[in-house]
Write a protein that binds this ligand. Structure first.
Ligand code: AHZ
Length: 309
């Protein structure tokens, strides 16, 4: 059984204040008291190239067999990665994000306004991660959505068992068909650098790469230039008949539905976040993000069932 989410009683605001105090007392300014004699340690260009490429290709090699793969590093995908990485440091988790900058739509709360609203009980997630917020009764407000995104992201990226491949698009799903039952299981993803995947029409010979994995968690957002990728592919590969199509905005209904229904859609593929609204014909919720965080938690629990057997 997965451990409960709250594993330490971090008070978001207090932790942030402690970090600020520590930064103020650091001797950084004293270290740079003489700029006239300032110089960096020496380096050769090839050393920089090797430092990057060696690690990247070693990661590609290692994560070609992942235990869990998350597609889409928006608020839902990152929340899911946080829970998985923390609960199961023994599992190898790859995250694939088409954009250069992970975070999806969660760098702003809504429109171009910076504050991020989360309805309770999603404040539990903020407290756990250490994101400070103002308590407004039934809901809480993070003063800037970027504070939520950057905090979760920094925790996720620091975990030794998680690798984020950004600027990498998932172009297809790997499938395995059971000889006897005919059942299809999702067994991995087909990837390509995003710039390459955007140029399939005018360039040739750019075959993709693959990652084999036990569980794919797809959180690619609602339909758009990149979104709803996996569920649209499920339709074209005839694993589900059709999409319900995301419905109009209804905050009250939408958030509960997305969290409750985050689930395995076909064997090996869990869908959550706003991608799920395209399968279920669920409402959108607009700029309130509690459901994204808690859909991430539910997806993590669903994925870990595979490892409880
Ligand atoms: O770049 C996408 C984004 O960062 C990424 N993505 C999409 N297709 C991909 C593919 N391969 C790799 N084929 C892909 N990455 O997935 C991320 C999705 O993030 P998001 O913020 O769009 O979705 P979310 O479900 O995490 O959060 C939705 C936030 C919304 S939308 C909404 C509304 O419209 O009413 N309300 C909320 C809270």
């Amino acid at each position: 059984k997965p451990a409960t989410l709250v594993t330490h009683p971090l008070k978001g605001a207090a932790a942030a204040l402690d970090a600020d105090k520590a930064a103020l007392s650091s001797p950084l300014t004293a270290m740079f008291d003489n700029w006239d004699s300032f110089a960096f340690s020496p380096i050769r260009e090839s050393t920089v190239s090797r430092a990057m490429t060696r690690r990247y290709f070693s990661d590609l090699d290692s994560y070609a067999e992942s235990d869990i793969t998350i597609v889409g590093a928006g608020s839902a995908g990152l929340s899911c990665a946080y829970v998985l990485g923390k609960l199961r440091p023994d599992l190898k988790i790859s995250i694939l994000e088409a954009g250069v900058s992970p975070g999806g739509g969660a760098w702003l709360g809504g429109q171009l306004f910076s504050a991020m609203v989360m309805r309770k009980p999603a404040d539990v997630f903020l407290t756990e991660v250490g994101v400070p917020y103002e308590d407004e009764g039934d809901y809480v407000v993070v003063k800037h959505a970027a504070l939520f995104t950057s905090t979760v992201l920094s925790k996720v990226l620091a975990m030794p068992n998680i690798k984020l491949f950004n600027a990498t698009t998932v172009e297809d799903l790997i499938t395995r068909q059971d000889q006897e039952t005919g059942e299809v299981r999702i067994a991995g993803v087909v990837t390509n650098w995003t710039l390459v995947s955007m140029h399939h029409d005018d360039q040739s010979c750019m075959d993709p790469n693959t990652i084999n994995t036990n569980v794919v968690i797809s959180m690619t957002g609602h339909d758009g230039p990149f979104g709803a990728f996996s569920v649209k592919r499920l339709v074209s590969m005839k694993q589900i008949e059709q999409l319900g199509g995301m419905r109009g905005l209804d905050m009250g209904r939408a958030e509960d539905a997305i969290v409750k229904n985050t689930r395995e859609i076909v064997p090996g593929l869990i869908v959550g976040g706003m991608e799920l609204s395209e399968v279920d014909g669920a409402n959108r919720m607009g700029p309130t993000f509690g459901a994204m965080a808690l859909s991430g938690v539910k997806a993590a629990e669903e994925a870990l069932k595979v490892y409880e057997l």
